[in-house]
Design a protein around this ligand. Structure first.
Ligand code: ASP
Ligand code: MG
Length: 471
Protein backbone atom coordinates (compact mmCIF):
# COMPACT_ATOMS: atom_id res chain seq x y z
CA UNK A 1 0.00 0.00 0.00
CA UNK A 2 1.52 3.33 -1.02
CA UNK A 3 1.60 6.14 1.53
CA UNK A 4 2.59 9.78 1.08
CA UNK A 5 2.84 12.55 3.67
CA UNK A 6 2.74 16.09 2.27
CA UNK A 7 3.47 19.10 4.43
CA UNK A 8 2.53 22.60 3.33
CA UNK A 9 4.55 25.38 4.92
CA UNK A 10 3.24 28.83 5.86
CA UNK A 11 3.87 30.50 2.50
CA UNK A 12 2.36 27.51 0.66
CA UNK A 13 -0.90 28.09 2.52
CA UNK A 14 -0.51 31.80 3.20
CA UNK A 15 -3.20 33.32 0.96
CA UNK A 16 -6.26 32.30 -1.03
CA UNK A 17 -4.07 31.90 -4.09
CA UNK A 18 -1.61 29.66 -2.23
CA UNK A 19 -4.41 27.60 -0.70
CA UNK A 20 -5.89 27.08 -4.14
CA UNK A 21 -2.55 25.89 -5.45
CA UNK A 22 -2.09 23.54 -2.48
CA UNK A 23 -5.58 22.12 -3.08
CA UNK A 24 -4.70 21.40 -6.73
CA UNK A 25 -1.63 19.52 -5.57
CA UNK A 26 -3.54 17.50 -2.99
CA UNK A 27 -6.22 16.53 -5.51
CA UNK A 28 -3.61 15.42 -7.98
CA UNK A 29 -1.66 13.33 -5.47
CA UNK A 30 -4.82 11.83 -3.97
CA UNK A 31 -5.28 9.99 -7.25
CA UNK A 32 -1.74 8.59 -7.15
CA UNK A 33 -1.44 7.22 -3.62
CA UNK A 34 -3.45 4.72 -1.57
CA UNK A 35 -2.95 6.76 1.58
CA UNK A 36 -2.35 10.48 1.69
CA UNK A 37 -1.84 12.56 4.83
CA UNK A 38 -1.59 16.36 4.73
CA UNK A 39 0.29 18.31 7.39
CA UNK A 40 -0.34 22.02 7.46
CA UNK A 41 1.38 25.04 9.04
CA UNK A 42 -0.29 28.23 10.11
CA UNK A 43 -0.63 30.84 7.35
CA UNK A 44 2.68 32.67 7.01
CA UNK A 45 3.25 35.23 9.75
CA UNK A 46 0.32 34.02 11.87
CA UNK A 47 2.39 32.28 14.55
CA UNK A 48 4.52 35.41 14.91
CA UNK A 49 1.40 37.50 15.45
CA UNK A 50 -0.06 35.12 18.02
CA UNK A 51 3.20 35.20 19.96
CA UNK A 52 3.36 38.96 19.73
CA UNK A 53 -0.19 39.24 21.06
CA UNK A 54 0.65 37.04 24.05
CA UNK A 55 3.95 38.79 24.79
CA UNK A 56 2.51 42.28 24.70
CA UNK A 57 -0.42 41.16 26.88
CA UNK A 58 2.02 39.88 29.50
CA UNK A 59 3.74 43.27 29.43
CA UNK A 60 0.60 45.15 30.33
CA UNK A 61 -0.63 46.00 26.84
CA UNK A 62 -4.26 44.94 26.29
CA UNK A 63 -4.64 46.57 22.88
CA UNK A 64 -2.17 44.75 20.65
CA UNK A 65 -3.73 41.30 20.97
CA UNK A 66 -7.13 42.72 20.10
CA UNK A 67 -5.60 44.16 16.95
CA UNK A 68 -4.12 40.74 16.22
CA UNK A 69 -7.58 39.16 16.51
CA UNK A 70 -8.92 41.63 13.92
CA UNK A 71 -6.00 41.06 11.56
CA UNK A 72 -6.24 37.32 11.79
CA UNK A 73 -9.99 37.32 11.30
CA UNK A 74 -9.59 39.37 8.12
CA UNK A 75 -6.81 37.18 6.75
CA UNK A 76 -8.58 33.89 7.36
CA UNK A 77 -11.98 35.17 6.27
CA UNK A 78 -10.47 36.30 3.00
CA UNK A 79 -9.39 32.75 2.18
CA UNK A 80 -12.75 31.36 3.27
CA UNK A 81 -14.66 33.93 1.21
CA UNK A 82 -12.63 33.26 -1.88
CA UNK A 83 -12.45 29.51 -1.76
CA UNK A 84 -15.55 28.25 0.01
CA UNK A 85 -18.87 28.87 -1.65
CA UNK A 86 -21.56 30.59 0.36
CA UNK A 87 -24.08 27.80 0.12
CA UNK A 88 -21.75 25.25 1.65
CA UNK A 89 -19.50 25.36 4.65
CA UNK A 90 -18.53 29.01 4.62
CA UNK A 91 -20.55 30.01 7.67
CA UNK A 92 -19.54 26.93 9.60
CA UNK A 93 -15.80 27.51 9.03
CA UNK A 94 -16.09 31.21 9.81
CA UNK A 95 -17.73 30.32 13.11
CA UNK A 96 -14.85 27.99 13.83
CA UNK A 97 -12.30 30.75 13.01
CA UNK A 98 -14.18 33.06 15.39
CA UNK A 99 -14.21 30.45 18.12
CA UNK A 100 -10.42 29.97 17.98
CA UNK A 101 -9.82 33.72 17.89
CA UNK A 102 -12.14 34.19 20.86
CA UNK A 103 -10.18 31.54 22.75
CA UNK A 104 -6.98 33.35 21.86
CA UNK A 105 -8.38 36.63 23.18
CA UNK A 106 -9.47 34.94 26.41
CA UNK A 107 -5.98 33.50 26.90
CA UNK A 108 -4.37 36.88 26.22
CA UNK A 109 -6.73 38.56 28.60
CA UNK A 110 -5.78 36.23 31.44
CA UNK A 111 -2.12 36.70 30.64
CA UNK A 112 -2.68 40.42 30.77
CA UNK A 113 -4.37 40.13 34.15
CA UNK A 114 -1.74 37.78 35.57
CA UNK A 115 1.17 39.63 34.00
CA UNK A 116 2.84 36.28 33.40
CA UNK A 117 3.40 34.19 30.31
CA UNK A 118 4.55 30.62 30.88
CA UNK A 119 6.02 28.39 28.15
CA UNK A 120 2.98 26.18 28.62
CA UNK A 121 0.56 29.05 27.90
CA UNK A 122 2.72 30.09 24.97
CA UNK A 123 2.32 26.66 23.40
CA UNK A 124 -1.45 26.70 23.82
CA UNK A 125 -1.55 30.12 22.17
CA UNK A 126 0.93 29.61 19.37
CA UNK A 127 -0.90 26.50 18.14
CA UNK A 128 -4.04 28.38 17.09
CA UNK A 129 -2.72 29.19 13.62
CA UNK A 130 -2.37 25.52 12.75
CA UNK A 131 -5.73 24.62 14.27
CA UNK A 132 -7.51 27.23 12.16
CA UNK A 133 -5.66 26.56 8.94
CA UNK A 134 -6.23 22.78 9.08
CA UNK A 135 -9.98 23.41 9.31
CA UNK A 136 -9.96 25.78 6.38
CA UNK A 137 -7.91 23.50 4.16
CA UNK A 138 -9.97 20.41 4.98
CA UNK A 139 -13.19 22.29 4.18
CA UNK A 140 -11.86 23.40 0.81
CA UNK A 141 -10.82 19.83 0.03
CA UNK A 142 -14.27 18.56 0.98
CA UNK A 143 -15.85 21.08 -1.32
CA UNK A 144 -13.66 19.64 -4.07
CA UNK A 145 -15.17 16.25 -3.41
CA UNK A 146 -12.40 14.76 -1.29
CA UNK A 147 -13.20 12.91 1.90
CA UNK A 148 -11.17 15.14 4.21
CA UNK A 149 -11.19 16.18 7.88
CA UNK A 150 -8.97 18.32 10.10
CA UNK A 151 -7.19 16.30 12.78
CA UNK A 152 -5.47 17.97 15.73
CA UNK A 153 -2.03 16.50 16.24
CA UNK A 154 -2.61 16.71 19.99
CA UNK A 155 -4.43 13.40 19.32
CA UNK A 156 -1.48 11.94 17.44
CA UNK A 157 1.92 13.17 18.58
CA UNK A 158 2.66 12.61 22.27
CA UNK A 159 5.64 14.42 23.75
CA UNK A 160 7.45 15.11 26.99
CA UNK A 161 6.67 18.32 28.89
CA UNK A 162 9.43 20.43 27.44
CA UNK A 163 7.09 23.20 26.31
CA UNK A 164 8.10 25.16 23.20
CA UNK A 165 10.59 22.50 22.17
CA UNK A 166 8.96 19.21 23.07
CA UNK A 167 10.43 15.81 22.28
CA UNK A 168 8.09 13.15 20.88
CA UNK A 169 7.64 9.88 22.75
CA UNK A 170 7.63 7.63 19.75
CA UNK A 171 6.01 4.51 21.22
CA UNK A 172 3.03 6.43 22.53
CA UNK A 173 2.85 8.39 19.30
CA UNK A 174 2.79 5.19 17.25
CA UNK A 175 -0.07 3.87 19.36
CA UNK A 176 -2.08 7.07 18.96
CA UNK A 177 -1.52 7.09 15.22
CA UNK A 178 -2.68 3.51 15.00
CA UNK A 179 -5.75 4.33 17.02
CA UNK A 180 -6.73 7.67 15.49
CA UNK A 181 -5.19 8.01 12.06
CA UNK A 182 -5.12 4.51 10.56
CA UNK A 183 -8.90 3.97 10.81
CA UNK A 184 -9.42 7.28 9.02
CA UNK A 185 -6.98 6.28 6.29
CA UNK A 186 -8.66 2.89 5.99
CA UNK A 187 -11.88 4.69 5.18
CA UNK A 188 -10.21 6.59 2.38
CA UNK A 189 -10.04 9.87 4.26
CA UNK A 190 -7.35 12.43 3.49
CA UNK A 191 -6.68 13.84 6.95
CA UNK A 192 -5.35 17.39 7.29
CA UNK A 193 -3.18 17.26 10.39
CA UNK A 194 -2.03 20.35 12.26
CA UNK A 195 1.75 20.70 12.13
CA UNK A 196 3.95 22.12 14.88
CA UNK A 197 1.75 21.21 17.86
CA UNK A 198 1.53 18.06 19.92
CA UNK A 199 0.47 17.13 23.45
CA UNK A 200 1.75 15.56 26.63
CA UNK A 201 0.39 12.25 27.85
CA UNK A 202 -2.15 14.28 29.82
CA UNK A 203 -3.15 16.06 26.59
CA UNK A 204 -1.69 19.43 27.47
CA UNK A 205 -0.70 21.19 24.25
CA UNK A 206 3.02 21.38 23.47
CA UNK A 207 4.90 22.54 20.38
CA UNK A 208 7.89 21.09 18.58
CA UNK A 209 9.77 24.39 18.24
CA UNK A 210 9.43 27.17 15.66
CA UNK A 211 9.26 25.83 12.15
CA UNK A 212 8.40 22.42 13.60
CA UNK A 213 5.72 21.39 11.08
CA UNK A 214 8.38 19.72 8.97
CA UNK A 215 9.24 17.65 11.99
CA UNK A 216 5.56 16.76 12.47
CA UNK A 217 5.48 15.45 8.90
CA UNK A 218 8.51 13.26 9.37
CA UNK A 219 7.21 11.88 12.68
CA UNK A 220 3.95 10.90 10.95
CA UNK A 221 5.98 9.52 8.04
CA UNK A 222 7.97 7.13 10.17
CA UNK A 223 4.99 6.06 12.28
CA UNK A 224 2.91 5.30 9.18
CA UNK A 225 5.86 3.68 7.42
CA UNK A 226 5.31 6.11 4.54
CA UNK A 227 6.94 5.66 1.17
CA UNK A 228 7.85 9.32 0.94
CA UNK A 229 7.54 12.62 2.81
CA UNK A 230 7.21 15.78 0.73
CA UNK A 231 7.81 19.24 2.15
CA UNK A 232 6.11 21.91 0.05
CA UNK A 233 7.68 25.35 0.30
CA UNK A 234 8.15 28.42 -1.90
CA UNK A 235 11.54 27.69 -3.47
CA UNK A 236 12.70 25.00 -5.89
CA UNK A 237 14.04 22.71 -3.21
CA UNK A 238 17.33 23.12 -1.38
CA UNK A 239 19.61 25.67 -2.98
CA UNK A 240 23.40 25.81 -3.20
CA UNK A 241 23.23 28.99 -1.13
CA UNK A 242 20.88 31.76 -0.11
CA UNK A 243 19.91 33.45 -3.40
CA UNK A 244 19.68 36.77 -1.57
CA UNK A 245 23.42 36.53 -0.98
CA UNK A 246 24.45 34.54 -4.05
CA UNK A 247 22.27 35.39 -7.06
CA UNK A 248 23.77 32.45 -9.01
CA UNK A 249 22.57 29.93 -6.44
CA UNK A 250 20.77 26.97 -8.02
CA UNK A 251 18.66 24.17 -6.62
CA UNK A 252 20.25 20.83 -5.76
CA UNK A 253 18.60 17.74 -7.25
CA UNK A 254 20.04 15.24 -4.73
CA UNK A 255 21.29 15.33 -1.17
CA UNK A 256 22.10 12.72 1.44
CA UNK A 257 20.56 12.73 4.92
CA UNK A 258 23.93 13.78 6.34
CA UNK A 259 24.22 16.69 3.98
CA UNK A 260 20.74 18.01 4.67
CA UNK A 261 21.32 17.64 8.42
CA UNK A 262 24.44 19.79 8.24
CA UNK A 263 22.71 22.31 5.99
CA UNK A 264 19.70 22.58 8.27
CA UNK A 265 21.88 22.86 11.36
CA UNK A 266 24.10 25.49 9.81
CA UNK A 267 21.42 27.90 8.77
CA UNK A 268 19.82 26.75 5.50
CA UNK A 269 16.20 27.59 6.24
CA UNK A 270 14.69 24.80 4.19
CA UNK A 271 13.74 22.08 6.64
CA UNK A 272 13.64 22.10 10.39
CA UNK A 273 16.85 20.42 11.66
CA UNK A 274 14.97 17.83 13.71
CA UNK A 275 13.06 16.64 10.64
CA UNK A 276 15.84 14.41 9.47
CA UNK A 277 16.21 11.85 12.24
CA UNK A 278 12.83 10.11 11.92
CA UNK A 279 13.13 9.76 8.15
CA UNK A 280 16.66 8.41 8.51
CA UNK A 281 15.41 5.80 10.96
CA UNK A 282 12.60 4.84 8.64
CA UNK A 283 14.79 5.07 5.52
CA UNK A 284 12.11 7.30 4.04
CA UNK A 285 13.03 9.56 1.12
CA UNK A 286 12.25 13.23 1.73
CA UNK A 287 11.45 15.64 -1.07
CA UNK A 288 11.45 19.42 -0.91
CA UNK A 289 9.22 20.95 -3.56
CA UNK A 290 7.92 24.32 -4.67
CA UNK A 291 4.16 24.99 -4.50
CA UNK A 292 4.45 27.85 -6.97
CA UNK A 293 6.35 25.63 -9.41
CA UNK A 294 5.03 22.11 -8.78
CA UNK A 295 6.48 20.64 -11.97
CA UNK A 296 10.00 21.40 -10.76
CA UNK A 297 11.51 18.21 -9.31
CA UNK A 298 12.86 20.06 -6.26
CA UNK A 299 15.38 18.22 -4.09
CA UNK A 300 15.35 14.53 -3.22
CA UNK A 301 16.98 13.63 0.08
CA UNK A 302 17.84 10.01 0.57
CA UNK A 303 20.20 7.57 2.23
CA UNK A 304 22.84 7.31 -0.42
CA UNK A 305 21.84 9.15 -3.51
CA UNK A 306 24.35 9.05 -6.32
CA UNK A 307 26.67 11.74 -5.08
CA UNK A 308 28.33 12.42 -8.40
CA UNK A 309 31.69 14.07 -8.47
CA UNK A 310 30.85 17.17 -6.56
CA UNK A 311 32.63 17.76 -3.27
CA UNK A 312 31.22 20.98 -1.90
CA UNK A 313 27.55 21.27 -2.71
CA UNK A 314 26.31 24.21 -0.72
CA UNK A 315 27.42 27.13 1.44
CA UNK A 316 25.43 28.49 4.37
CA UNK A 317 25.68 31.37 6.78
CA UNK A 318 24.64 31.85 10.40
CA UNK A 319 24.75 35.44 11.59
CA UNK A 320 24.56 37.24 14.92
CA UNK A 321 27.10 35.19 16.86
CA UNK A 322 29.80 35.76 19.46
CA UNK A 323 32.90 33.68 19.96
CA UNK A 324 33.77 32.93 23.58
CA UNK A 325 37.38 32.09 24.37
CA UNK A 326 38.64 30.41 27.51
CA UNK A 327 42.41 30.78 27.54
CA UNK A 328 45.34 29.94 29.79
CA UNK A 329 48.56 28.02 29.80
CA UNK A 330 47.61 26.31 33.04
CA UNK A 331 44.67 24.59 31.32
CA UNK A 332 47.07 22.19 29.66
CA UNK A 333 46.25 18.64 30.65
CA UNK A 334 43.82 19.64 33.40
CA UNK A 335 40.92 17.23 33.05
CA UNK A 336 37.42 18.48 33.26
CA UNK A 337 37.88 22.06 32.06
CA UNK A 338 35.96 21.46 28.85
CA UNK A 339 33.18 19.61 30.66
CA UNK A 340 32.82 22.39 33.20
CA UNK A 341 32.95 25.04 30.51
CA UNK A 342 30.06 23.52 28.59
CA UNK A 343 28.09 22.72 31.73
CA UNK A 344 28.27 26.44 32.58
CA UNK A 345 27.11 27.31 29.08
CA UNK A 346 24.25 24.82 29.27
CA UNK A 347 23.18 26.24 32.64
CA UNK A 348 22.32 29.45 30.78
CA UNK A 349 20.25 27.60 28.18
CA UNK A 350 22.56 28.81 25.42
CA UNK A 351 23.07 26.64 22.37
CA UNK A 352 26.60 26.24 21.10
CA UNK A 353 26.94 26.14 17.34
CA UNK A 354 30.62 25.38 16.89
CA UNK A 355 33.54 24.39 19.12
CA UNK A 356 37.27 24.40 18.57
CA UNK A 357 40.16 23.62 20.84
CA UNK A 358 43.74 24.34 19.96
CA UNK A 359 45.78 21.13 20.15
CA UNK A 360 48.15 22.77 22.60
CA UNK A 361 45.10 22.83 24.89
CA UNK A 362 45.72 26.44 25.72
CA UNK A 363 42.33 27.61 24.60
CA UNK A 364 38.78 26.48 24.06
CA UNK A 365 36.64 28.61 21.76
CA UNK A 366 33.01 28.29 20.85
CA UNK A 367 30.33 30.24 19.06
CA UNK A 368 26.88 31.03 20.33
CA UNK A 369 24.13 33.57 19.66
CA UNK A 370 25.24 37.08 20.57
CA UNK A 371 22.23 37.63 22.87
CA UNK A 372 23.37 34.91 25.28
CA UNK A 373 27.02 35.93 25.52
CA UNK A 374 26.87 38.19 28.60
CA UNK A 375 25.11 35.56 30.70
CA UNK A 376 27.47 32.85 29.52
CA UNK A 377 30.57 34.92 30.27
CA UNK A 378 29.48 35.60 33.82
CA UNK A 379 28.47 31.96 34.39
CA UNK A 380 31.89 30.88 33.15
CA UNK A 381 33.74 33.38 35.32
CA UNK A 382 31.80 32.15 38.34
CA UNK A 383 32.53 28.53 37.52
CA UNK A 384 36.25 29.15 36.97
CA UNK A 385 36.81 31.57 39.81
CA UNK A 386 39.58 29.44 41.35
CA UNK A 387 41.32 28.74 38.07
CA UNK A 388 41.25 32.45 37.27
CA UNK A 389 42.71 33.33 40.69
CA UNK A 390 45.44 30.73 40.26
CA UNK A 391 46.10 31.96 36.74
CA UNK A 392 45.53 28.50 35.32
CA UNK A 393 43.06 30.34 33.16
CA UNK A 394 44.28 33.76 32.04
CA UNK A 395 41.12 35.10 30.58
CA UNK A 396 37.58 34.38 29.53
CA UNK A 397 36.47 36.80 26.88
CA UNK A 398 34.38 37.14 23.75
CA UNK A 399 34.56 38.49 20.24
CA UNK A 400 31.20 39.82 19.03
CA UNK A 401 29.82 40.27 15.52
CA UNK A 402 30.90 36.91 14.25
CA UNK A 403 29.32 34.52 11.76
CA UNK A 404 29.75 30.90 10.78
CA UNK A 405 30.13 30.07 7.12
CA UNK A 406 29.73 26.36 6.42
CA UNK A 407 30.61 24.43 3.27
CA UNK A 408 28.66 21.17 2.99
CA UNK A 409 29.16 18.14 0.77
CA UNK A 410 29.50 14.39 1.32
CA UNK A 411 32.47 14.33 -1.03
CA UNK A 412 34.52 16.41 1.43
CA UNK A 413 35.47 13.18 3.15
CA UNK A 414 37.18 11.64 0.17
CA UNK A 415 38.71 14.75 -1.24
CA UNK A 416 42.07 15.81 0.14
CA UNK A 417 42.96 19.45 0.00
CA UNK A 418 39.44 20.82 -0.01
CA UNK A 419 40.13 22.74 3.17
CA UNK A 420 43.17 24.29 1.56
CA UNK A 421 41.07 25.35 -1.43
CA UNK A 422 38.51 27.00 0.79
CA UNK A 423 41.20 28.87 2.74
CA UNK A 424 42.95 29.79 -0.50
CA UNK A 425 39.74 31.22 -1.93
CA UNK A 426 39.25 33.40 1.14
CA UNK A 427 42.90 34.43 1.41
CA UNK A 428 42.74 35.58 -2.21
CA UNK A 429 40.27 38.27 -1.20
CA UNK A 430 41.89 39.03 2.16
CA UNK A 431 39.28 37.41 4.41
CA UNK A 432 40.64 36.24 7.75
CA UNK A 433 39.43 32.90 9.14
CA UNK A 434 39.35 33.06 12.94
CA UNK A 435 38.48 29.45 13.77
CA UNK A 436 37.68 26.24 11.93
CA UNK A 437 35.72 23.10 12.75
CA UNK A 438 34.94 20.00 10.78
CA UNK A 439 31.69 18.17 11.50
CA UNK A 440 32.01 14.63 12.79
CA UNK A 441 30.06 13.37 9.82
CA UNK A 442 32.91 14.89 7.83
CA UNK A 443 30.55 16.34 5.34
CA UNK A 444 30.98 19.94 6.40
CA UNK A 445 33.67 22.47 7.21
CA UNK A 446 32.68 25.49 9.28
CA UNK A 447 34.60 28.73 9.47
CA UNK A 448 34.20 31.45 12.06
CA UNK A 449 34.77 34.85 10.50
CA UNK A 450 33.95 38.48 11.18
CA UNK A 451 30.43 39.61 10.28
CA UNK A 452 31.75 42.30 7.96
CA UNK A 453 33.23 39.58 5.70
CA UNK A 454 30.22 37.26 5.85
CA UNK A 455 28.51 37.71 2.51
CA UNK A 456 31.74 38.17 0.62
CA UNK A 457 33.02 34.88 2.06
CA UNK A 458 29.87 33.00 1.08
CA UNK A 459 30.02 34.34 -2.47
CA UNK A 460 33.71 33.63 -2.77
CA UNK A 461 33.38 29.98 -1.68
CA UNK A 462 30.33 29.56 -3.89
CA UNK A 463 32.12 30.94 -6.91
CA UNK A 464 35.54 29.38 -6.49
CA UNK A 465 35.02 26.10 -4.66
CA UNK A 466 31.57 24.98 -5.82
CA UNK A 467 32.28 25.59 -9.45
CA UNK A 468 35.65 23.85 -9.25
CA UNK A 469 34.16 20.82 -7.63
CA UNK A 470 31.42 20.57 -10.22
CA UNK A 471 28.65 21.23 -7.69
N1 ASP B 1 3.69 27.86 12.36
C1 ASP B 1 4.86 27.42 13.07
C2 ASP B 1 5.93 28.49 13.02
O1 ASP B 1 5.75 29.51 12.40
C3 ASP B 1 5.37 26.10 12.60
C4 ASP B 1 5.81 26.04 11.15
O2 ASP B 1 5.56 26.95 10.37
O3 ASP B 1 6.43 25.04 10.78
O4 ASP B 1 6.96 28.34 13.62
MG1 MG C 1 9.14 26.13 7.73
Amino acid sequence: MSTLIMKFGGTSVGSAKAHAQAVEIVLEQSREWDRLVIVVSAMSGVTDLLIKGARTASQGDDQTYQGVVKDLRTRHYRVVDELLDGSGEQAHIKASVDQYLDDFAVFCNSIHVLGELTPRAMDAISSFGERINARILAAILRQQGLHSEAVDSTELIITDEKFQNAVPLMDLTRKQIEKVLIPRLDQGEVPVVTGFMAATEKRVTTTLGRGGSDYSASILGVCLDADEVWIWTDVNGVMTSDPKIVPEAISLPLLSYNEISELAYFGAKVVHPRTIRPVVEGGIPLRVKNTTNPKHPGTLIDQNPDLGKSTVKAVTLIEGLSMVNVEGRGMMGVPGIAARTFAAVASQGASVLMITQASSEQSISFLLPMESVELVLSALRDEMVLELARKDIDKIWSMDNMVIVTAVGAGLRETPGIGARIFGALAEVGINVIAVAQGSSECSISLAIAAKDAEHAVRQIHTVVLDDSGG
